[in-house]
Design a binder for this molecule. Structure first.
Ligand SMILES: Nc1ncnc2c1ncn2[C@@H]1O[C@H](COP(=O)(O)OP(=O)(O)OP(=O)(O)O)[C@@H](O)[C@H]1O
Length: 297
């Protein structure tokens, strides 16, 4: 059974703007899913609906079998989130902040707070005021807050925004550890394609409120029948490729083969046509190429 199910979400804001148009997808337990899309594609609206902060016009989100719209507190008892910028009381310490924020939901466990602060590497700064924290430390405190209720599912909205490369790497390692050590299910909303490429198993690509793709992060899968050719004999190569029923992009020199032809067969045809082949490699598209292909049409 899916841990998180987004079913037929449609949302039109009062100003008439259609933010989501019949979007559905699901996440299995222990999966890290990246939510991708240009500015305004609808990513934050999905997170807002999933957290019960935005009401959809149609559709619903279920977490561990509970509908956020019908059984809000049961559904959200399984969720931790970093949503929009984390706000802390700067005159309090990290520890005090966690305590105050937890008490708002009527729950506090010192043992658990210690465990989580250790997990996010903040144990030695827990009793310092948050005004002395770096941006990376504030993000880790936000992560500690999200992890305190021991959620099954973590929603991360642009979690590495504003972090330096070291902070991004550190954050990525924490998140991967949460999945490997605790089997946590993680929804990551990020503009950073490289982050999604390095962390996510699958992704959903949105464009103007519509789902354009749901599936594996493309660069992790070798695409069948797509090769990259290097040759000084471009004209001859183009002819041999077209005679074989394949297609070559003249700029990138990426060759897409028809179903009936495999890579070695095409290479043989090129060589037999006296094309000097310097390189013939299966092409693994980057997530950027794939993303732009899905969103720029
Ligand atoms: N409270 C609101 N009232 C009216 N329109 C809104 C509101 N929030 C978002 N929108 C609009 O809904 C659409 C989707 O916005 P959303 O914030 O979900 O996109 P996003 O993919 O998260 O964008 P970004 O990457 O810039 O954060 C946009 O056209 C946005 O202008």
């Amino acid at each position: 059974m899916a841990l998180l199910e987004v079913r037929h979400l449609t949302k039109r804001w009062p100003n008439g703007r259609l933010a989501l148009d019949d979007v559905s997808f699901e996440m299995r337990q222990g999966e890290i899913l990246g939510l991708l899309g240009h500015n305004g594609a609808g990513k934050s609206t999905i997170l807002g609906i999933t957290l019960g902060m935005v009401r959809p016009d149609e559709g619903e989100v279920s977490i561990a079998g509970h509908s956020v719209q019908q059984q809000r507190s049961q559904a959200l008892s399984h969720v931790g989130a970093i949503y929009e910028a984390a706000h802390f009381y700067d005159y309090l310490t990290g520890w005090q902040n966690l305590r105050v924020l937890c008490s708002l939901s009527g729950w506090w466990d010192e043992e658990e707070a210690r465990r989580v602060l250790k997990l996010v590497n903040l144990a030695d700064r827990a009793h310092h005021k948050t005004k002395t924290y770096s941006h990376g430390m504030r993000q880790r405190l936000a992560l500690a807050q999200a992890l305190l209720p021991r959620p099954k599912c973590l929603l991360l909205d642009e979690p590495t925004d504003g972090l330096d490369p070291e902070g991004i790497r550190e954050f990525r390692e924490f998140v991967l550890k949460l999945r490997s050590d605790f089997g946590m299910t993680i929804l990551l909303n990020s503009h950073l394609l490289v982050e999604v490429e390095q962390m996510c198993d699958r992704c959903v690509i949105l464009k103007q409120g519509r789902k354009m793709y749901e599936g594996p992060v493309p660069s992790r899968e070798k695409k069948q029948g797509v090769y990259h050719l290097e040759t000084p004999d471009l004209a001859k190569a183009r002819e041999a490729i077209s005679q074989a029923g394949a297609v070559m992009d003249p700029v990138s020199r990426i060759v897409t083969l028809p179903d009936y032809l495999n890579g070695p067969q095409m290479l043989k045809a090129l060589v037999e046509s006296h094309v000097r082949v310097e390189s013939w490699q299966p092409h693994m598209p980057t997530l950027e190429e794939f993303y732009l292909g899905k969103t720029s049409a």
